[in-house]
Ligand binder design. Structure first.
Ligand code: SAM
Length: 304
């Protein structure tokens, strides 16, 4: 059970796990305000402005609120922004490779405020399925509609909880298991208990025709006592529901191992290595961002 939640907790874009979609979108928006951004996601700021409150304030250079936006200031905020920008760049390149290889079916698991359906130059005939909780998808749809933006591929929403039978919901939305698929699970696994992670990987594997690809961002769990201490610190600071109290400190297996054992060719890239390669190294001795960069990996795999 999520600490402080229950097995079937739900949320919208500004509450609980939903607000983490704003948190990472805010980091992408801050990256776009930097002089030489690694990547530009013009919609990230639009989402923050539309959400209002501390997220809009942050875009205007004011740090307010107590449940997330304030974490994006200072050294941690700068490093976290680099981390988000690097992972966006890495996964954008993953999708470019997938479409070059002829893949025309995309599944964005836990889409949140991922704007790729609107932002990337998808070839004609591409279908992008976006899975997330209903109110999160609704916020994105409404915000984009108000802006007058249309997706650059056929975008199909699949409103579902990923702890439920999401493959059935995906099938109902018209997913074709005989066509190669490019999957992505970015910024998700830490919010799922181990059983749901396993169901996710099993579903991706089972529904993947030859030529499919998968992309996963993952982190090694912390020692349990460190995790519990971090949760307690968050509660003591009156910031329950910001980060450590929302995540599960669980991992079924590193994705490269899990998919590798099932015949996929997997390539894990340690986040610290990727950050250094794009000119944004994070000092290993940074007390907060250092361990994050060291424990995270960006993984891609291809099924023959
Ligand atoms: C940190 S955000 C990442 C969003 C997006 N992938 C990105 O990188 O910008 C986490 C997302 O996972 C979604 N999520 C987490 N657990 C979920 C669940 N059990 N069912 C559906 N969505 C879930 C949240 O609603 C949120 O949009």
């Amino acid at each position: 059970m999520r600490p402080g939640g229950d097995e079937r907790d739900t949320w919208d874009i500004t509450t609980s796990v939903g607000s983490t979609a704003l948190f990472v979108a805010a980091a992408r928006a801050l990256e776009a305000q930097r002089p030489e951004p690694l990547v530009r996601d013009p919609y990230a700021e639009v989402f923050c402005q539309a959400a209002g409150g501390e997220w809009a304030d942050l875009m205007d250079g004011r740090v307010t609120g107590s449940h997330g936006a304030q974490l994006l200031e200072g050294d941690f905020g700068r490093h976290f922004t680099s981390f988000q920008a690097a992972r966006t760049k890495y996964f954008d390149a993953y999708f470019a490779d997938a479409v070059d290889a002829g893949v025309r079916q995309v599944v964005v698991v836990a889409a949140g405020l991922d704007s790729r359906a609107y932002r990337l130059p998808w070839p004609d005939g591409t279908v992008v399925f976006e899975l997330d909780q209903p109110k999160v998808l609704e916020f994105k749809r409404d915000t984009m509609a108000q802006l007058g933006e249309s997706p650059r591929a056929e975008r199909r929403e699949v409103a579902v909880d990923l702890r439920d039978d999401w493959p059935a919901a995906l099938a109902e939305a018209g997913f074709d298991p005989t066509a190669p698929t490019a999957w992505i699970a970015e910024g998700l696994l830490i919010y799922l208990p181990a059983a749901a992670q396993e169901q996710l990987f099993l579903g991706m594997d089972r529904l993947s025709a030859p030529g499919s690809r998968v992309a996963v961002e993952e982190g090694r769990p912390m020692p349990q006592r460190v995790f519990e201490a971090k949760q307690q610190q968050e509660r003591d600071a009156g910031q329950a529901g910001t980060f450590f109290t929302l995540i599960y400190n669980e991992q079924i297996a590193p994705a490269a191992e899990w998919f590798g054992a099932r015949g996929w060719h997997a390539t894990p890239t340690p986040l610290a290595q990727y950050l250094a390669s794009v000119g944004r190294p994070i000092p290993a001795d940074d007390p907060e961002a250092g361990p994050m960069a060291e424990s995270n990996s960006l993984v891609t795999a291809v099924k023959d």
